[in-house]
Design a protein around this ligand. Structure first.
Ligand code: HMG
Length: 391
């Protein structure tokens, strides 16, 4: 029996800042962001968007055509959660009207937890072949205004359905794993901005890639040439270039620049305009590859690498299925990325700072209305978050 992805979709904020604008403000050459880190735009959530509303929109899109009564599990992967106790997925469950007979809970390990959820769901589905598992990875990346990580912020959610009817991609059961306690990126409970040792984090990413790749090769007996395309966790698109060049060298593959770039470039298209979506990033990259590859990928084996700072890495693979194109949401995804409003620096700063102004004393505060998808964060009352469906 095969298990894998039956449906996948994503959602991001309807607002972005061009990194040229940020470069001007930060006194940097725009090419440092455009070329040096490979990012052109960055999604910025308005005050009435959060990880729940992003996730609810991605979920309702991913569930189109799926019988929701077959879902028995919703795993919500995030590192920018909204409550220390209640899973954000429960709000999503209510907003998109999922069945009561389900388990819903939250997973955390920096950008890795979506891939971790997927790994646990695969054997579960083999034992429950009539069930479906929904994974939603939703995050808002915040490093602080003027901080070194600022141009690598972003926001978005990816939702995908795993089942024994993997119309898009089967996932191989074997993977390579790596865990190492390092302080490359973290966020203590008392701050909503991540702390990061940027250059060190890039080294730790590469170390996790090397070790998890090596274990994948040892376990499966496969080699670099068995994989046709590579999909990386992309905190910024240049990281994918760095990672893949590293792997090409490490695996001893003899590839020209054009050849190794072809193996990764389609997967980086959405990321370049959205920014880091943390737990969703590797799956946003997968959606980007599937939607943007001019080549038919049917029967091709694709390698995926998920990295979550702190740190955990996993290298896993899957095979693209016949007629996968019929099950993609290419037009919707492209319009989500294209039809957004550009912010000037002052409005970006206002959106960014809004979160810190929300009351923490239980008083009522309603959020101003901006452009969102079908769901919006309406405000807070008695320490409770209020959501509404936009008509
Ligand atoms: P920085 O110090 O601002 O940038 O930090 P830089 O000086 O290293 O420059 C970046 C690149 O731009 C360099 O290229 C420069 O040469 C180039 P490289 O040497 O890397 O190839 N450059 C230019 N290129 C063209 N024209 C110019 C120009 N000027 C410079 N004029 C850094 C950059 C990414 C470190 C920073 O933004 C940061 O700390 N970001 C956050 C951390 C991060 O994303 N780490 C990635 C690995 S860890 C990870 O992926 C996990 C994560 O997603 C979190 C999680 O797991 O939850 C972050």
């Amino acid at each position: 029996m095969q298990v894998g992805i039956e449906s996948i979709s994503f959602y991001t904020s309807q607002y972005y800042i061009d990194l040229k604008t940020l470069a001007r403000q930060n006194g940097e050459d725009p090419n440092k962001y455009y070329i040096g880190i490979g990012q052109e735009r960055m999604s910025v959530p308005p005050p009435d968007e959060d990880v729940v509303t992003l996730a609810a929109n991605a979920t309702s899109q991913a569930l189109e055509g799926i019988d929701v009564n077959t879902l028995d599990t919703l795993l919500f992967a995030t590192e920018s959660g909204i409550d220390q106790s209640k899973a954000a997925g429960i709000y999503v469950h209510e907003l998109v009207q999922l069945p009561r007979n389900m388990r819903v809970f939250e997973l955390k390990q920096a950008c890795y937890s979506g891939a971790g959820g997927l790994a646990l769901a695969l054997p579960y589905l083999l034992h429950h072949p009539d069930s479906r598992v929904l994974i939603v990875a939703s995050d808002i990346a915040r490093y602080g205004l003027g901080s070194i990580g600022e141009p690598t912020q972003g926001a978005g959610a990816v939702a995908f359905v795993l089942s024994t009817n993997p119309k898009i991609m089967t996932i191989d059961m074997e993977s390579g794993l790596y865990t190492n306690d390092v302080m490359d990126f973290w966020r203590p409970n008392y701050t909503d901005e991540a702390l990061v040792d940027g250059k060190y984090s890039i080294k730790m990413y590469s170390a996790a890639l090397r070790e998890s790749w090596q274990q994948y090769v040892n376990i499966t007996g496969r080699s670099f040439t068995d994989l046709h395309r590579f999909v990386y966790h992309l905190p910024f698109t240049k990281m994918g270039d760095k990672a893949h060049q590293f792997l090409v060298r490490y695996a001893g593959a003899d590839l020209s620049e054009a050849e190794w770039k072809k193996q990764i470039d389609d997967a980086a298209i959405y990321q370049r305009y959205i920014g880091n979506t943390y737990a969703g990033s590797v799956f946003l990259a997968l959606a980007s590859l599937l939607d943007n590859s001019a080549e038919d990928l049917t029967h091709k084996r694709v390698g995926l690498f998920s990295y979550g700072s702190g740190s955990v890495g996993e290298f896993f693979t899957g095979i693209i299925q016949p007629d996968y194109q019929k099950h993609l949401k290419v037009d919707l995804h492209k319009s989500i990325v294209t039809n957004r409003q550009e912010l000037d620096y002052d409005t970006y700063k206002e959106f960014y700072s809004f979160k810190s102004n929300l009351p923490s004393d239980g008083s009522k505060a309603m959020t101003p209305r901006y452009e969102t998808g079908r769901y919006r964060f309406a405000g807070l009352d008695e320490h409770k978050r209020l959501y509404e469906v936009v008509q």
